[in-house]
Every structure is written in C-alpha cells, then in structure tokens.
Design a protein around this ligand. Structure first.
Ligand code: PLP
Length: 384
C-alpha cells in the first residue's frame, strides 16, 4: 500500500514508539507524587514540555498538554471566550476552520455566545483586514495556520496584530503546520496555539495548547490543579513523552523534511498536470504546506476515483464528504467558491516524511489508469 494521507494521520516514528514503550514500562508513578519515583516521572514530563516549547518557540511554562488537537481547540476557544465573557459574548472563526474549532464554536453558541465568520477568498486564504470590521464585543478570533484540506497557509501574524489592536485575542490551530513548516509562537504573536502529535510522527490522543503568558483561560477540566490549573487530570505520561520525542525529531529535521516534501509534491503535481492538463489544484496560487495537493480532475468524482485508487493500493483522501452514494462538496472548497461540479471531484494527496519518489511515481501511474475508469463511472452515474 502507498500511504498518501499524512494530513489525516502519520505513522508513529520508531524512535517515538520506543520512547513511548519505555515510558509505559518504566514511568509508572504519578508525576504529582512527591517521592523520588514521582519526581522521575515529573522530570520526563517536563523534558517533553521543553521539547514541545522548542518546536514552536514558546516558553515551557506556556505549554499545556491536552488529549489532542480537538481538545486544544476547545480549551483555547471555549476556555478563552469563557474567561473573557464579561467583556463580550462573541467570537469569530474563519469559514475554513477544522471541525474541532467549529465544534468549540457551536458549544459557545449554546452558551449564548454569537459567532462571526471571516470569509475565505478563492485563493484559499482568509483576508485578515476583515477583523477590523468585527463587532467590538468580539473577544477571541480563530484562524488556523495551515488548512488541512488545501494546505494554504493563512496570514496569522497579521491577523493577531489586528486582533490585538482591537483588544481581541487570537487562537491559531497549527495542527497541520507543525512539523511541516516553521511554527514560531513568539513571532506569530498569537495568544493560543494548538498542535497534535499524530500529525507529526507521534501517537493519537495527545497534543498541546500553547497559551501566552497572561492570556485569559478558563479550564474545561477542573477539580485538580494539573498543568498549572489550566487542565485538570493526571497527565498522559507515555503520550507526553512520545509527543516530546516527536517534537524534538521534527524540530531537528524540519528543513530537510520540508524540502523533501516539497520536491515530492512538486513532482506529483507536475506529473498530474502533464497527464491531465485540465486538473485544477485548489489553493495553488497561495503559499501552501509543502506536502499537500488538493486536486480536482474534472469528470472524475472523488468517491469513484478514491475507490479505484484504493483498489490499486494508493491511499488518499476525498476532499468531499461521501455518504451513501451522495457526494457533498467540502465546506472549505465551497468557501473558496469552487463550483460544485469541480468540488465533488476533489481529492487530497498528502505526502509524509517516509514517502519516496518511487511511491509518487507509482501513484501517478495509478492515476493514469484510474482516472479514465472513474470518469466512465461518473458519466454512467454508477455507484462508488
Ligand atoms: N485541527 C486540524 C487542522 C486538524 O487537521 C485536526 C485533525 O485532523 C484537528 C484539529 C484535530 O486534531 P486531533 O485529531 O488530534 O483531535
């Protein structure tokens, strides 16, 4: 099988798996315990905190471990907005945010908050000047660093600057960016930033929220003072150790990884355009993650093409939601004003560190074979 779905999840790196195994086997005490064993576990947690902080250029004290990106987004948006509710009950999110952010916003709406939207242009990025027009009682603005579907990198530093001018806080979901492009918490100037281990060679179910010193945050999990009172619950020590190991490797190899991914992505897109000159790569005019291609090949519906590729051992993701034979265009592509007939043909191909040139070439050969079949099926209106 050729796995080209690294934006969905990455395989755990062997070094990370080994660090996690050693933590499961050897770090059995509670890191809050004052005895020597407890302190040994605490030291491992704090080492990982330092590794995560180094990956994103933050202070270790700003790192809060969470159960992943979804919790991080909820803690930032809900926890930030709730802490600031005396100032206003309104948040703003971009129209291309991940479900994790949308879910957090929907909870806030249930708590009688209003939600504004920052629109996305056809190129795939959000116009940060729209922040200037937000109602003044908006407290937290959410803008992701890189979109999970298109890979388009968003103008987060400018958004943070504009939000701060108006006394608002900025939350940035950097789940897809971390490990692929430099993520600099200090330079971005955001208040809350979220990463997730399983997108950078670590395990699922562990991540971190970076909270700027002094940024308001109401904890969602309470009752104990873990993570300096920001997230109650005994720490997931093996997960934290694994995240730390993955972050350290990602930081050390970032330049080489980015260059490797970019070369693969460019080779894939050049090959695809040569074979299918009518292929449309969404977001290709904007700065993008080096590993992500979101492409529509007109006439080849995403579900038909995805299944044909899967049968040939090529694993990619649909840029559209397929449910019981019906294909719905992704909200991200809809926000980019991609016509429906093109949006239902969108596939996401995302390379990773282990991807090789030979695999990209094999994927191109599979596309050449599968696209005509998918087109025939789409023409016939047949099942996926
Ligand atoms: N944010 C983005 C941009 C993502 O791509 C994802 C995962 O796909 C998440 C958040 C959720 O992260 P997790 O799977 O760790 O909950």
């Amino acid at each position: 099988m050729i796995y080209l779905d690294h934006n969905a999840s990455t395989p755990v790196r062997p070094e990370v798996a080994e660090a996690m195994r050693a933590a499961v086997a050897g770090l059995g005490a509670n890191p809050s315990s004052l005895h020597r064993e407890g302190q040994r576990v605490r030291a491992a947690v704090e080492q990982a905190r330092g590794q995560v902080a180094a990956l994103v250029n933050a202070k270790p004290s700003e790192v809060v471990f969470t159960s992943g990106g979804t919790e991080g987004d909820h803690l930032a948006l809900v926890g930030g907005a709730w802490a600031l509710r005396a100032r206003g009950r309104r948040v703003a999110t971009s129209t291309i945010e991940h479900h994790a952010v949308q879910g957090a916003a929907s909870w806030l709406r249930e708590l009688d908050f209003a939600e504004e939207h920052l629109d996305c242009g056809p190129a795939g990025y959000v116009d940060p000047t729209a922040i200037d027009d937000l109602p003044p009682d908006t407290t937290v603005v959410s803008l992701m660093l890189a979109n999970n579907e298109t890979g388009v990198v968003q103008p987060v530093a400018e958004a943070a600057h504009r939000a701060h001018e108006l006394g608002m806080r900025l939350h940035c979901d950097a789940v897809q960016a971390a490990g692929k492009i430099p993520v600099d918490f200090a330079r971005l100037g955001v208040d809350y930033l979220v990463i997730s281990a399983h997108k950078l060679g670590g395990p699922k179910g562990i991540g971190a929220l970076i909270v700027r010193e002094g940024a308001p945050l109401s904890p969602l999990f309470r009752g104990s003072g873990h993570e300096r009172g920001r997230r109650g619950g005994t720490e997931n020590v093996p997960g934290i150790v694994a995240l730390g190991a993955a972050a350290a490797l990602a930081a050390r190899e970032l330049a080489a990884t980015s260059a490797h991914l970019r070369a693969l992505r460019d080779r894939f897109e050049a090959g695809l355009r040569a074979a299918f000159p009518d292929a449309v790569v969404h977001g290709s005019q904007a700065p993008r993650l080096p590993n992500t291609t979101n492409v529509s090949i007109p006439g080849a519906r995403a579900d038909h093409l995805l299944m044909a590729l899967d049968a040939r051992g090529i694993e990619v993701s649909a840029g559209a939601a397929c449910a019981s034979g019906a294909v719905e265009p992704s909200p991200v592509l809809t926000a980019m004003q991609v016509p429906r007939e093109l949006a239902v043909c969108a596939l996401r191909i995302s390379c990773g560190r282990p991807t090789t040139t030979a695999e990209v070439d094999a994927a191109l050969a599979a596309f050449a074979e599968c696209v005509p079949r998918a087109r025939a099926l789409t023409m016939a209106g047949g099942p996926a």
